[in-house]
Ligand binder design. Structure first.
Ligand code: PGA
Length: 249
């Protein structure tokens, strides 16, 4: 049986108190789609206010430090996210892999720290345009997974993978459905190789310029179990049609 679809918004560095009303609008509308899991990953500093504004709705972080605590100025631990009310976190987003130079092993340590604290994890992978043009997209993504998948049994793993081609993020460009299908099948095979049956049940999300106009087509692709949505998650009017497409898939 295919897993329930998950549509998660990644608000990136957007969101202040004035935006809590939009979060409330999204949470309220999500109630109309009980067959879809909906979440919003907001800036760490907004998590607690967001969870108070929309109790029961899944609010998440966008990154987590791998250490439990210590001298890590400006960083947020998994326990801190949980304490603020987060249920999940993104790790290994390409904007962090690139700007913060996060390595696969660092992403793996972050995923393990979050999962062991009880947070669901969305672990991102994806290739650059240069890599795709060289014909190395699949081998690159599988190598990222080899380096960044957590060492744990999948049976108790609320772990999802988000395939986000770097060249599709915020650009309006999306891979063809055949390219998405090929990549998601390769990711599925890797998850099964690593975790056995549990890997077959893990969600594989697609991310990168998902919007109302392309969501249904993307959700119809085999092994696409939801989406990680950036720009189109900031407004209920853009985001909810994507959730509706997931509901209809
Ligand atoms: P986008 O971002 O939907 O704005 O392309 C997706 C992401 O970075 O997760």
């Amino acid at each position: 049986m295919a897993p329930r679809k998950l549509v998660a918004g990644n608000w990136k560095m957007h969101g202040v108190s004035a935006d809590l009303a939009e979060i409330a609008a999204i949470a309220d509308a999500a109630g109309q789609y009980p067959r879809v899991d909906v979440a919003l990953c907001v800036p760490a500093i907004l998590i607690e206010r967001a969870t108070r504004a929309v109790p029961g709705f899944a609010i998440g972080g966008q990154d987590v430090h791998h250490a439990e605590k210590g001298a890590h100025t400006g960083c947020t631990s998994a326990e801190m996210l949980l304490d603020a009310g987060a249920r999940l976190t993104i790790v290994g987003h390409s904007e962090r892999r690139d700007a913060q130079r996060e390595s696969d092993s660092e992403v793996k340590a972050k995923a393990e720290a979050a999962l062991s604290c009880g947070l669901d994890v969305i672990l991102c992978v994806g290739e650059t345009l240069e890599v795709r043009e060289q014909g190395a997209a699949i081998s690159t993504v599988l190598a990222q997974l080899d380096g960044s998948l957590p060492e744990r049994s999948a049976s108790d793993a609320p772990l999802a993978i988000a395939y986000e081609p770097v060249w599709a993020i915020g650009t309006g460009k999306v891979p063809t459905t055949a390219e998405i299908a090929e990549m998601h099948a390769a990711i599925r095979a890797k998850l099964v190789e690593r975790y056995g049956d549990g890997g077959g049940a893990m969600r594989i999300l697609y991310g990168g310029s998902v919007k109302a106009s392309n969501a249904a087509e993307i959700f119809a692709v085999d092994d696409v179990d939801g989406a990680l949505v950036g720009g189109a998650s900031l407004k209920a009017s853009d985001f909810m049609p994507i959730v509706e497409a997931a509901d209809g898939a």
